[in-house]
Design a protein around this ligand. Sequence first.
Ligand code: ADP
Ligand code: MG
Length: 386
Amino acid sequence: MTDLREGVLDTFAEVFGRPADGLWSAPGRVNLIGEHTDYNEGFVLPLAINRRTIAAVGVRDDTRARVGSSYADELVEIDLADLGPESLDGWAAYPLGIAWSLGRSGADLGAVPGFDILVDSAVPVGAGLSSSAALECAVALALSDIWQLGLSRPELAAVGQLAENVAVGAPTGIMDQSASLLGRRDSAVFLDCRSLDSEIVPLGFEAAGLELLVIDTGVSHSHATGGYAARRASCEAGARALGVSALRDLGVDDLTRAREVLDDETFRRVRHVITENQRVLDTVRTLREQGPTAIGDLLDASHRSMRDDFEISVPELDLAVETAQNYGAIGARMTGGGFGGSAIALVPSELVSRVRVAVDGAFAEHGYAQPDMFTVTAADGAVREQ
Ligand code: ADP
Ligand code: MG
């Protein structure tokens, strides 16, 4: 983190020819449990992780906005007056989309000063750890501070979601931004995606001798395309056929009726969402009453539901999960939107290297590319660093 901070300040000065006025950072996230429940107005339980995106920002005395990133070659420049969903594309649609979205939440884009932003990140892109929300939230907090908008963190999360939905064009829920803004050290964020109420739930992994291992399969996913949209459409069709505004309104008692009313595929999609919502509630209760060593079965059941009912896993994710389970993880599941990305495994500290070696071996045996593996801890949400 320290290296990233110094590096981005140096690069900012090189690129823009003057020092930055401030530095903001926001974390990526891992979703502990609650997958594809967010847009069904249900529950999720993500945690902000100790991998952050950092943004050095300088205020300008004109109305130009310039953004650069260690991840991209080009510097993108636009006038604040020209910001709009149609004028933005590529990676710059994330930070500039935030500026546009803030304009919908109280910023007077005709009166606020322009800015220069340089971004660096330790959140792997496209690994299911939400590098997109980390970028959005670092920039949202920075511009909200600089423009003195006084927006709350839930409001900033909504700003990030609007930017991603409209400026980027990815139909994602509010979970990622909420985790990145509301996360706390050693805790998860229990979020009700309907009311947007949130609670901090202590995880206690370290005290219980557990580590959270991320296994990035390297299989690339894209939320903007096919599978994600198809799952959303199935959920909407299921809710409509069952007479509710969102699947959140159904519980496990409704599954018998759902099986009678729905075709097999829609039924299985609906069953995933209903049981996954229940698993989130059960995980929160178990964490509070029994601690983290008791949540393993819920993680395992979540993976089975995504693999068999929601059908968003891929063979690499299944292999990572099974191998972790077989070599000592107390629970494991794919995390994120699916069709690739990462799995997580909750592993007793002394068994982490055994699990890593086993997963590496299993991937080699199957002829899959070597996965990237690292442990994460639950970290604080977005902050002004200096
Ligand atoms: P994920 O959020 O799971 O990492 P997404 O596809 O939602 O994957 O977001 C990844 C996209 O976000 C990248 O393709 C890029 O456009 C943008 N992005 C993320 N981090 C950065 C960064 N540090 N610099 C520039 N663009 C970034
Ligand atoms: Mg994303």
